[in-house]
Ligand binder design. Structure first.
Ligand code: AKG
Ligand code: FE2
Length: 244
């Protein structure tokens, strides 16, 4: 590693996130947007709406199974970014075993948002393909108080819920807000940084690629319910499965 790589690694380890502008060019963004538009010509994309407070989940998603079978260029990007992140973090991370969850395309229309949450996996890379008004991701870097060996326990979910309360965030958190822009890559410790997406305020859709990585054999207790909650239009009567 050269000196600047070491500096960025240190920065990432202390802050829990890293930003790289122009990770891909405008032309590359345009061709990815075209592939996504082509996919939508012949496939319907499920709309997810979950009325959680204070910020609902409201977006369209192309999940990892669809990407793997029908948009190979995005699958390729998922693998390329994996190499970049492994070099950068000095870790042996892998795409998630759960293909549906590993790589997604999120499409957020006017008024759409993404609720406060932590990701299930260790490292998440978000690649923004366009610029829109609103739609900023807001995040609290390395904010989570994590119980050792108990990421999915009941106590952990109590801590998570308390930390999410607005007064708690305001007193104990330091919020960062990032505007989407074409080619911008955000890498973060997704299971440590509390994050959400603010409403898109113009007609244009916000489009980004979400790429999740973890150590080999990481498993996620909340899997089945959470997948239905995040990837299907099915009605869902119980509570948010990240926090039930
Ligand atoms: O779209 C974003 O900026 C964040 C999306 C996100 O956090 C997720 O899909 O887990
Ligand atoms: Fe997330």
């Amino acid at each position: 590693m050269n000196n600047s790589q070491i500096t960025s690694l240190k920065e990432f380890q202390t802050t829990g996130y890293f930003l790289q502008e122009n990770f891909i060019s405008q032309t590359e963004c345009d061709s990815l947007l075209q592939l996504i538009a082509d996919y939508r010509q012949t496939n319907s994309v499920p709309k997810i709406y979950r009325n959680v407070k204070p910020i609902p989940l409201s977006y369209f998603v192309i999940d990892g199974k669809r990407i793997q079978s029908q948009i190979p260029e995005v699958q390729k990007l998922y693998e390329t970014v994996n190499q970049v992140i492994n070099n950068f973090t000095n870790k042996q991370l892998f795409p998630l075993q759960d293909i549906q969850v590993g790589c997604n395309i999120n499409i957020t229309e006017k008024g759409g948002t993404y609720r406060w949450h932590y990701d299930r996996n260790a490292i998440t890379a978000l690649l923004y393909l366009n610029k829109v008004d609103g739609g900023e991701i807001q995040l609290y870097p390395n904010y989570r108080i994590t119980l050792p060996e108990a990421k999915f326990s009941r106590f952990q979910s109590v801590i998570d819920r308390v930390q999410q309360l607005s007064f708690f965030r305001q007193i104990f958190g330091k919020q960062i807000m990032i505007k989407p822009q074409p080619g911008l890559l955000l890498v973060m410790a997704g299971d440590k940084c509390l994050h959400s997406v603010r409403p898109v305020t113009e007609e244009k859709e916000r489009i980004n690629i979400v790429m999740a990585y973890d150590l080999p054999n990481a498993n996620f207790v909340v899997k089945n319910q959470l997948n239905t909650y995040l990837y299907s239009s099915e009605k869902f009567d119980s509570k948010d499965p990240n926090y039930s």
